[in-house]
Write a protein of this length. Structure first.
Length: 389
């Protein structure tokens, strides 16, 4: 019963409202007249909220005086997950042609939200396409919802067209970024289908909408590698430093592959990573550089380089790497103690998130270009600090 208390309160208020409105309107005496207004309350007292809602819809007429109560009930039902009942409430309102057009449009928008949550995407799209042709706030709200629908269906071309209608004023940057990611999604789809030229064209358009989107460089570098164009891939990967250096760690596996295939010399890669490290204190970049130092100068130089970085920017990942180096050169009890210390360090970060959305705070171990909570694009970065990068 506790979980249903908002619904209980709303239906009780609706019963009271219906009773009060009934008192205002003259009508013939009836033995059952008083019972009609309390039937819903009896269902609540008997813990039958579904029947209470049905009785509420049946007894409380839809008119300007009761509109807010009907809307509140519909929205509450949707938030509780009772989408089918929310649809019934909102469709019931639309049966009564007693409202101004702006009210009808608002109810239709709520109904579209119901359809979207229920997975009735065809119905939602049809309704939203009509609302998108209007003016004012309902047009903006309907475009936002239809973009959510197209994202769910992965219909990126339609999402692009809807996004372009919203990329105005204060929302320009937000939707230009989203459109850039839609083109990246298209490029990935073309890449999977071996249509490299179409993928390149999509990425070009993606860069045109957001030149600072590092995902365009990552995907384009993958295309260059697929085409065995390793020097070109290295040039593309270097753009990430200027687009958003926080994403340089995501490019390191590609950078390593490019270097191994002769796309860049060891000195070129090292110089580039040193420039990146000045911009972002990433332990992944430090460890990549440390491997280069080890190849040239040995374990001691590598250990010293990592230790110097940890003094300025301590991280548990850096500590475990440093422990590994010392374990390789230690024997007996000292090595056993280092092993125990490493186990403790690993346990500290074993279940810690690696990425965080700077818009809503969502955390996870996998990079999502599209935040699953706030639905923003390009808002998730690697976590920096003691337990992260």
């Amino acid at each position: 019963m506790i979980d249903n208390w908002p619904l209980y309160l709303l239906v009780v208020a609706a019963v009271a409202s219906g009773w009060w409105l009934g008192r205002r309107q003259p009508r013939k005496p009836s033995q059952s007249a008083g019972l009609d207004h309390y039937a819903g309350l009896n269902y609540l007292l008997n813990e039958e909220p579904d029947r209470a809602v049905a009785r509420f819809i049946q007894d409380l007429k839809v008119n300007p005086d009761t509109l807010d109560t009907h809307l509140a009930l519909g929205n509450l039902l949707r938030r509780r997950g009772d989408v089918e009942k929310a649809v019934v409430v909102h469709e019931n309102i639309l049966k009564y042609p007693v409202f101004e057009q702006d009210v009808i449009h608002q109810v239709q928008l709520e109904l579209a939200r119901d359809y979207l949550l229920a997975g009735l995407l065809d119905r939602a799209e049809k309704l939203l396409l009509e609302l998108c042709q209007l003016r004012g706030a309902v047009r903006v709200d309907s475009l936002v919802l239809i973009i959510e629908l197209y994202e769910r269906e992965k219909d990126w071309q339609k999402a692009i067209m809807a996004g372009e209608r919203l990329a105005v004023g204060d929302e320009t940057e937000k939707y230009e970024r989203a459109i850039s990611h839609y083109y990246c999604e298209l490029a990935m789809s073309h890449k999977a289908g071996k249509n490299i030229e179409a993928a390149r064209l999509a990425l070009r358009d993606g860069i045109g909408h957001d030149a600072k989107n590092p995902r365009t460089s990552l995907v384009l570098a993958e295309l260059e590698i697929q085409e065995q164009r390793f020097p070109e891939a290295f040039k593309v990967l270097q753009r990430i430093k200027d687009q958003d250096p926080a994403y340089v760690p995501e490019s390191l596996p590609l950078l390593r592959l490019v270097s191994e295939r002769g796309g860049a010399s060891v000195a070129q890669v090292q110089a580039y990573l040193e420039q990146c490290l000045l911009l972002v204190p990433s332990i992944s970049i430090v460890l990549a550089l440390a491997q280069r130092i080890r190849e040239v100068s040995g374990d001691e130089a590598m250990s010293k380089f990592i230790a110097n970085h940890l003094k300025r920017n301590p991280t548990i990942r850096g500590l475990t790497q440093l422990i590994d180096l010392h374990m390789d050169n230690t024997q007996g009890v000292a090595k056993q103690n280092l092993s125990i210390l490493r186990s403790f360090a690993e346990a500290l970060v074993a279940n810690k998130p690696v990425y965080r959305c700077h818009e809503c705070g969502f955390e996870g171990k996998k990079l999502h270009w599209h935040c699953p909570i706030c639905k923003r694009w390009g808002s998730i970065h690697a976590i920096f600090g003691l337990e992260g990068e």
